[in-house]
Write a protein that binds this ligand. Structure first.
Ligand code: ZN
Length: 216
């Protein structure tokens, strides 16, 4: 899942308008922000197997710390706790925590059975990724809905706030399509490093965009 996670981050604005889009971006993607770091540290592992799913060649056989339900619950509590300590905004903290957990649910829906309940525990996955059409249809619908909710919850302060939103949406969608139909990554290290760089870019972009929009 890629767009589906962003859909959740955008939609959260409707419920917690004071929480920055950047905060929710980190929440919904926290598992995928930790994963490349754990890959580079050698704590988690994956391999590229052509045709492993219809969407990507990712055999995600060992990601107990970033993608098990128990650990995601721990990350969710930590993230929500830190957010509450800083902002004292209970709705935002709750949404951020739920955002972290939503990652596991969406990944469970799409991945082949590689989503563990706890490190070393049984793994589950409904494998929507085996259907490219089904995955793209679901994520596109979720993304459109999330964007519509974000748009209805906020208004642009200036041109950067209006054009910036469309530019971000277009960038994310183009990246999504390219990741499915483009060439596979040449290796795990390249994949992990590009995930870290992309996280930095999207963090700056979502934070910047959110400052150019305000709650309606
Ligand atoms: Zn994930």
């Amino acid at each position: 899942v890629f767009l589906g996670h962003f859909a959740v981050a955008f939609a959260a604005k409707k419920v917690a308008p004071q929480t920055s889009l950047a905060t929710m971006f980190v929440a919904v993607n926290l598992a995928d922000i930790l994963f490349p770091v754990f890959l580079l540290l050698g704590v988690e592992s994956m391999r590229l197997v052509p045709g492993f799913t219809a969407i990507n060649p990712f055999d995600l056989y060992h990601m107990p710390w970033s993608h098990s339900l128990l650990m995601d619950l721990v990350w969710a509590l930590l993230f929500a706790g830190l957010y509450f300590a800083r902002r004292r905004y209970a709705t935002g903290a709750l949404l951020a925590g739920m955002g972290v957990l939503s990652h596991w649910l969406l990944d469970w829906l799409t991945h082949r059975p590689d989503m563990a309940l706890y490190p070393g525990g049984a793994k589950y996955g409904l494998a929507l990724w085996m259907s490219a059409g089904g995955t793209i249809a679901l994520e596109t619908m979720m993304f459109a809905l999330g964007l519509a909710l974000y748009r209805s919850a906020t208004r642009a302060r200036d041109r950067a706030g209006s054009i910036g939103l469309y530019a971000l949406a277009a960038f994310l969608y183009a990246l999504y399509i390219a990741s499915i139909f483009g060439p596979p990554p040449p290796g795990i290290t390249t994949l992990a490093v590009s995930m870290v760089i992309l996280t930095g870019i999207l963090l700056a972009w979502t934070a910047g965009l959110d400052r150019h929009r305000e709650a309606r």
